[in-house]
Design a protein around this ligand. Structure first.
Ligand code: PBG
Length: 340
């Protein structure tokens, strides 16, 4: 390696020699830096999450996510078309219902907001991009948890699996190309795979939110989807202290039929991304979550960091760490920049 190579000319006892190795040569101009770049994010690596709110007449800003909107069905179609025109590789659709209940009924209603929006988006851009849906009840439940609650007030794993299976089928019926179970219930991928296959959706792929941590960085998302959650998700999402546990979660998901896996959040979990990229044979995605987005936006708004460079750096580093699919609220914007 470079470390074992002599570092200077040392002819005839000349101790004040010139450096033999000058890594700076390849950093001197933008053209040299581009040529020598080891990784480059392409627009097709990016997935744009989009929010659609039932019963809205105008798109509505999300206070804690400046620049991100709750869409109407109409403005969602336009945002989807814009993303695809920028070359974005995929779209992830989150529905926000007008009414909630304990079972999250709206999540599995064929005419629920997410299903209507999926049909809209698939009709608009379905041939040109990948449409992904999130399997979870949390936007639809009065308690804000991902599944149904048991008598002890904790989420009932196996009862929730039944609900996830119903949600998966209506989303696939609505045209989702990939369904993404995000509830962290044990056995969810196998259950969903079986339900999709029984319904004839053999070709609908599963993106497992496999290494999903109980993170503070989801805060703004809960605002975005008007979550009713009061407690936390620590009894089902992973403890941030754990690394090896992600190997187990991912191995289980892949053995249950996950076609792709995810690490979430992203920036503070690059060790997990690298570990999984080195150890699994399915694509690894990373979800740069709402809090990661809002922290950069907030610091930039104060003039404390250079926004555009921080966005580019955060995404490049995720890709470098081994994620080939980057889920980010800046997808359309960054794809537009990459194309220039
Ligand atoms: C579940 C879901 C969440 C996010 C994506 N899918 C919320 C949660 O798990 O609490 C968070 C994404 C983000 O923070 O940007 N519906």
């Amino acid at each position: 390696t470079s470390a074992s190579i002599p570092t200077a000319y040392a002819a005839d006892g000349d101790r004040a020699a010139f450096p033999l190795h000058r890594p700076r040569r390849l950093r001197r101009t933008p053209a040299l830096r581009r040529l020598a770049a080891e990784t480059t994010v392409r627009p097709s690596n990016l997935v744009q999450p989009l929010f659609v709110r039932e019963g809205l007449s105008e798109p509505r800003p999300i206070a804690s996510m400046p620049g991100v909107l709750q869409h109407t069905r109409d403005s969602l179609r336009k945002a989807a078309a814009e993303a695809v025109a920028a070359g974005v590789g995929g779209l992830m659709v989150f529905g926000i219902p007008e009414a909630k209940d304990a079972l999250g009924t709206g999540a599995s209603d064929p005419d629920g907001i997410a299903q209507q929006a999926l049909r809209d988006v698939v009709a608009e851009v379905g041939d040109e991009t990948v449409v992904i849906s999130d399997i979870n009840l949390d936007e639809y439940t009065t308690h804000g948890h991902v599944g149904v609650l048991g008598p002890d007030g904790d989420v009932d794993n196996d009862a929730s699996l039944e609900r996830f299976a119903e949600v998966a089928v209506v989303q696939a019926d609505a045209g989702a190309h990939i369904v993404a179970p995000s509830g962290m219930m044990d056995g969810q991928v196998r259950h969903i795979r079986a339900a999709l296959d029984r319904a004839g959706h053999h070709s609908v792929a599963i993106l497992g939110y496999s290494a999903k941590y109980a993170s503070s960085f989801y805060g703004p998302f809960r605002d975005a989807v008007e979550s009713s959650l009061t407690g936390d998700r620590k009894s089902y999402q992973q403890h941030p202290a754990n690394l090896r546990e992600s190997l187990r979660e991912v191995a289980l998901d892949v053995s249950e039929g996950a076609d792709m896996v995810m690490v979430k959040p992203a920036s503070h979990y690059l060790d997990i991304v690298r570990m999984l990229a080195d150890s699994v044979d399915v694509p690894v995605s990373a979800y740069q979550v709402s809090g990661e987005y809002s922290m950069i936006e907030a610091a930039a708004a104060k003039g404390w960091i250079d926004r555009d460079n921080a966005v580019a750096e955060s995404l490049t580093c995720l890709y470098r760490a081994g994620a080939t699919v980057l889920i980010t609220y800046w997808a359309t914007e960054f794809a537009t920049k990459l194309a220039r």
